[in-house]
Design a binder for this molecule. Structure first.
Ligand SMILES: [Zn+2]
Length: 100
């Protein structure tokens, strides 16, 4: 199933929202897109992915982040990998097709 990612409307607070994307430009003027993971909220670059004119991203997106989880047992804090791994579509994409 394709996961819909909404555009970030308020640039300053987008990092606090899960499942958003933001467009930017690299120092070389190349298009760069980052998304906040719908599951853990961690930010990941779509560098190396292709985006088509409809906003569909290939290949699928794997979240690179860990999630800190506090266990109530004597083991204390453990770190587990975020398991988000899905195809995503960028809602309202208007930049056309291309690599990132
Ligand atoms: Zn994640």
């Amino acid at each position: 199933m394709t996961h819909m990612i909404k555009p970030a409307n308020v640039q300053d607070v987008w990092l606090k929202e899960r499942g958003r994307y933001r467009r930017g430009r690299t120092a070389e003027g190349k298009l760069s897109v980052s998304i906040s993971c719908p599951r853990c909220g961690g930010v990941a670059s779509l560098s190396g992915h292709a985006i088509d004119a409809q906003g569909d991203v290939t290949p699928s997106v794997v979240c690179p982040h860990d999630i800190e989880q506090v266990e109530l047992r004597p083991l204390g804090e453990v770190t587990v990998k975020c398991d988000f791994h899905e195809f995503v579509r960028l809602e309202g994409w208007t930049e056309g097709a291309g690599p990132t």
